[in-house]
Design a protein around this ligand. Sequence first.
Ligand SMILES: Cc1ncc(COP(=O)(O)O)c(C=O)c1O
Length: 371
Amino acid sequence: MKYVRMALEVESPEELGYGTIRNNLSESSVSDRRVADLGVDLARLMLLYGPHRGAPALCELIASQSGWPDLAPACVLTTTGAAGALFIVATSLLRRDSHLVVVRPNYATNIETPRAIGCEISYLDLEFDSGFRLDVAAVEAALRPNTAYISLTCPHNPTGQMLPWTDLERIGRLAERHGCRVLVDETYRDLAYADPYRCAAGLSDRFISVSSVSKAYGIPGVRTGWLVTRDPKLQNLFLAAKEQIGICGSVVDEALALAALRQRGTWLTVSQRRNREHLEVMRDWIRGEPRVEWVAPQGGVVCFPRLKGGPGFSTARFYATLLERHGTYVGPGHWFERPDTYMRIGFAWPTRDELVSGLAGISAALDEQQA
Ligand SMILES: Cc1ncc(COP(=O)(O)O)c(C=O)c1O
């Protein structure tokens, strides 16, 4: 393994220091919650090693919330966040002589861990001009005899696009024919805007789903995620990896995650209402800001607009002004291996006022470029 720190972690607001940021539009979750919001009393929790697959009640709940009544709790393995699940999948399935097909841009771990392993990678580049849509024909064309898995993210980070369910099924059939797997990073699944999106792993044993309590529940400090597969042999391989990394999950984190998922219905209703309101703020701003264009998101809490730029436009100067003069922080394109004319805006984490003021800050920083 050859580890390299990822730009989005090096430059993350928690590493930069929250003190320098007034309007934080760089977060990719709903706003954070406190332990008190969970209504749990952990005083009697025994701090022993937990069951290696995850707390049974938690695995049961995750399975029952998958959208598949026949999905067994044994299909679920808890992990250290979705990041830990992605790491387990990559290190279990990829070797230097394997091949991976992965969507780009993407949450960086989906690309960086395979790179650290040193396998061959084919990228499926999502383009602004085609609405960041994934072309299933391109997925098929990228497959090779040594392809270990196809790596998708839905709802997508950073663009907020959804993969139509029928496309997912088509990709599943491709994987079946080629004998490879499909990894679906569905960390934002509970935040789809239209019909509820089911857990992809329910479709067939070709699929592996990954998620966590970080994004839709606003508790990323609880480092509990999970992976789901209907293939018991594969699950056993993932369990072996988990045991070598950390034996079991944190019993404290799993108790908190369980409490959050038990309130799923109420919490999601509240956060989805807020997301809709904040998305309207985004839409209004885009309508009135001719120097920025976007593909409106269909799920999640982020979007990936593009600055039109023009002669003499300096992205470095723009981002410096935005933070130093307007206290506003966004995720620049290079976090996602895209030009810095793109930026990820997280619209659900900030308060409405911070969002309005941050977007006004972007317009003001654009004015100052032209001055
Ligand atoms: C698409 C996606 N997957 C996985 C993660 C990792 O999330 P966590 O490890 O907090 O569950 C993130 C975090 O930003 C993400 O955006």
